[in-house]
Design a protein around this ligand. Structure first.
Ligand SMILES: Nc1ncnc2c1ncn2[C@@H]1O[C@H](COP(=O)(O)OP(=O)(O)OP(=O)(O)O)[C@@H](O)[C@H]1O
Ligand SMILES: [Mg+2]
Length: 364
């Protein structure tokens, strides 16, 4: 799939700017703080209804303005889609082919997108929640039902947690906790299965990508750790027992101590935890391999590649890794929007766009 035309109005530092993107690689070049990342953020927002960086739309509004608008023409394998995203009077509105969309979730996932941002490095160095978020976001793009399961699960965890903190008579507390636990098992099992299944498929795809990226010198392993166990089926069958075993401790600490909200995805680089040992360039390569693996999985499922947004990906990659990445994108013919500062602009192929103070100029 590809984006043709993209227009931003009062979004971040753009007043009113239109860009005509090309198939293949599109390179946004410019000095720091000119608006390169803002373009990627705008495209991502148009496709997902969310910013990658901030929670509140208010920050996306160009200063002193009260509304922003984004428009994009997309080309899918068999049809065209015109998307609009409007933010006005603190309300969001999305239109697909000029028809207002009732619920945002109805259209999210129609056009898939993969975004690499330097913030994603937290996936390697940060805590388990970063890795769970990555896995959940991918599943949500493919199966929107995952989000409702997650929401329902989180609600149950909140309610159980409130009960743990409350002053309820002991036997009543026990029986109520059992009820919440039954729901935690039912919903939690679905979450664990979805995540473990995706992790396995990611491992398959990322394994060879990372090996190629590192000229066969390094290998990665990604494993979903469910309820503290590598063996997921074992974890699921022991879930009720594990919950019972923890009950006393949960009451004492007034916290929900076990369940997929505490799970992790272990990432090993050459058999050692990447969190502890991976260098800057290796971390970047790891995240990149995972993103490219996501790309392959989406293609397998949807029959075409998603749009690829790469923010500041090339810095810290050695020339071999850069070349591999560029060749990978070129040979698979994936439409890619990539940002770089002037210093890094050494790519020969692709359409160049110069970004300066919220203005974009195509260099022919
Ligand atoms: N809501 C907003 N309204 C107006 N300007 C904004 C808003 N949010 C951010 N900016 C401006 O946008 C610029 C940053 O844009 P962006 O993050 O896209 O830069 P960049 O070109 O990617 O830079 P770098 O190379 O450092 O990553 C800053 O100058 C910032 O002041
Ligand atoms: Mg930037």
């Amino acid at each position: 799939m590809m984006i043709n035309n993209f227009r931003l109005q009062n979004f971040r530092n753009y007043q009113d700017e239109t860009i005509q993107f090309m198939p293949g690689i599109n390179i946004l070049v410019g000095n720091n703080g000119q608006g390169k990342t803002n373009v990627l953020e705008g495209v991502y927002y148009l496709l997902t209804g969310k910013s990658y960086r901030v929670q509140r739309e208010q920050e996306l509004l160009r200063w002193e303005q009260s509304e922003f608008h984004l428009y994009g023409n997309f080309l899918l394998a068999h049809h065209k889609v015109f998307l609009e995203s409007h933010y006005r009077d603190k309300k969001k509105m999305v239109k697909v082919n000029q028809v207002p969309c009732q619920r945002l979730s109805d259209f999210v996932g129609t056009i898939n997108v993969i975004f690499f941002s330097p913030d994603d490095l937290a996936m390697i160095k940060g805590g388990p929640s970063e890795r769970r978020k990555f896995i959940d976001l991918h599943i949500a793009q493919m199966r929107p039902g995952h989000v409702s399961i997650l929401n329902a699960y989180n609600k149950v965890v909140q309610q159980k947690s409130a009960l743990l903190k409350s002053y309820v008579e002991k036997s009543l507390k026990y029986s109520q906790l059992q009820l919440w636990n039954a729901q935690i098992i039912e919903l939690g099992e679905k979450i664990i299965r979805n995540r473990a299944d995706l992790t396995l498929r990611l491992q398959d795809a990322a394994d060879s990508i990372y090996a190629n990226l590192s000229s066969q010198k390094e290998k990665i392993q990604i494993m979903y750790i469910a309820l503290g166990k590598k063996n997921v089926s074992e974890a699921i069958s022991e879930f009720p027992q594990l919950l019972n075993d923890k009950l006393q401790q949960e009451i004492e600490r007034q916290m929900v101590l076990i369940g997929p909200h505490r799970d992790d995805v272990q990432i090993l680089l050459n058999d050692k935890p990447a969190r502890l040992y991976a260098s800057q360039g290796q971390q970047r390569s790891l995240v990149l391999s995972l993103k490219l693996a996501e790309l392959e999985l989406i293609r397998q499922e949807k029959g075409e590649y998603p749009l690829l947004l790469l923010d500041d990906v090339l810095s810290e990659l050695d020339s071999f890794r850069r070349d591999y990445l560029i060749k990978f994108i070129e040979s698979s013919n994936i439409q890619t929007l990539i940002t770089m500062t002037n210093a890094e602009a050494r790519l020969e192929s692709g359409a160049f766009y110069y970004v300066e103070q919220g203005h974009i100029r195509r260099n022919l």
